[in-house]
Design a protein around this ligand. Structure first.
Ligand SMILES: [Zn+2]
Ligand SMILES: [Zn+2]
Length: 253
C-alpha cells in the first residue's frame, strides 16, 4: 500500500474517476466554490461501491463462499452507475418508438468541451501521476484521431464538474407527444391510429441480475467461486462513517 504522503502513480487500465476524486477532490473543494449538485456528485463518485455506502454479504448455498457487495451511489454523473442507468433509459425509450421514421438531430458542443465530454468515462482514463491526469479523446476536427490529453488534476475536476447538471435540471426535455404528463395516453392513441395491430405490451422493468446477464453475460445471482450455487443474502452491511479517503485505501488491496 502506498504511503499517503507520496501516492504511487496510477497508470493503465483500472484507473477510475473515483480515484482522481479521492486523491484531489478534497483540495479542490477547499479552493473552489461548488454548487450543491457538484459537491454531491464528487461525494457520490468517491464513495460509490465502497463500505461508506453500506452493502450486503451473500453466502453461496453450494460451496459456502462469501461475497461482499457494496451499494452504488446511483448518481447520474458517476461512471460506474452510468452504464446501467443508460441501458435502462434506452430500454424505456425503445418502448416508446412509434412505427414511423424518425429524424436524428445532432448538434455540436463547444470545441473546448469535446475532450472532456468524451473523457467522462473510466475507459478513457490512462494515468494519474504527480497530479496530472492523462486521458484519451477523439479529435473530430482531425479525422477522428485518438489523442491523449494531459490536464492538471484540478483543471480536470473543474472541467468534469461543468457537466454536473444543477438540481432540478433535466438534460432532455420532452415536448408534444412525448411531454411527460400526457405521453402514455398520446402514444397509445398514435399506435391506434398508425397500426391496427395490437398495442405492444409495456415491457417490464428488468431486474438488475437480468440486465447484467443480458449486457455482460455475467450471472450475478450465482457464486463466482463454484459458478453454481445461488447466493443467499446473509447480512446487511450498514454504511460506515469512515471518510472516503480511508475507505478508498481499504478497498484498493
Ligand atoms: Zn456510482
Ligand atoms: Zn459457490
Amino acid at each position: 500500500m502506498a504511503a499517503a504522503s507520496a501516492p504511487a502513480p496510477r497508470v493503465g487500465r483500472g484507473l477510475e474517476l473515483a480515484e482522481i476524486v479521492r486523491t484531489h477532490g478534497t483540495a479542490y473543494r477547499q479552493t473552489h466554490p461548488l454548487a450543491r449538485a457538484q459537491r454531491r456528485a464528487l461525494h457520490a463518485i468517491a464513495t460509490c461501491r465502497t463500505a461508506a455506502l453500506g452493502g450486503h454479504r451473500d453466502t453461496c448455498d453450494t460451496c459456502g463462499a462469501v461475497q461482499i457487495s457494496y451499494n452504488s451511489c446511483r448518481n447520474r454523473h458517476c461512471p460506474k452507475c452510468q452504464t446501467l442507468a443508460k441501458e435502462r433509459w434506452l430500454h424505456a425509450r425503445r418502448a416508446e418508438l412509434l412505427p414511423v421514421e424518425y429524424f436524428h438531430l445532432v448538434f455540436t458542443l463547444p470545441h473546448t468541451l469535446t475532450p472532456l465530454a468524451q473523457g467522462n468515462s473510466n475507459d478513457r482514463l490512462l494515468s494519474l501521476d504527480d497530479g496530472i491526469v492523462r486521458f484519451r479523446w477523439k479529435d473530430y476536427t482531425d479525422g477522428n484521431r485518438l489523442k491523449v490529453m494531459a490536464l492538471d488534476a484540478a483543471e480536470f475536476l473543474r472541467r468534469f464538474l461543468l457537466h454536473v447538471v444543477p438540481d432540478g435540471f433535466v438534460r432532455i426535455r420532452h415536448f408534444g407527444l412525448l411531454a411527460n404528463r400526457t405521453r402514455h395516453a398520446k402514444l397509445a392513441r398514435c399506435r391506434e391510429l398508425l397500426a391496427p395491430s395490437p398495442v405492444p405490451a409495456v415491457p417490464l422493468r428488468e431486474s438488475l441480475p437480468a440486465l447484467m446477464l443480458r449486457l455482460t453475460g455475467l450471472d450475478i445471482a450465482r457464486c463466482v467461486v463454484c459458478q453454481q450455487g445461488p447466493l443467499r443474502r446473509t447480512e446487511i452491511l450498514a454504511p460506515t462513517p469512515d471518510p472516503p479517503r480511508l475507505v478508498a485505501l481499504l478497498n484498493t488491496s
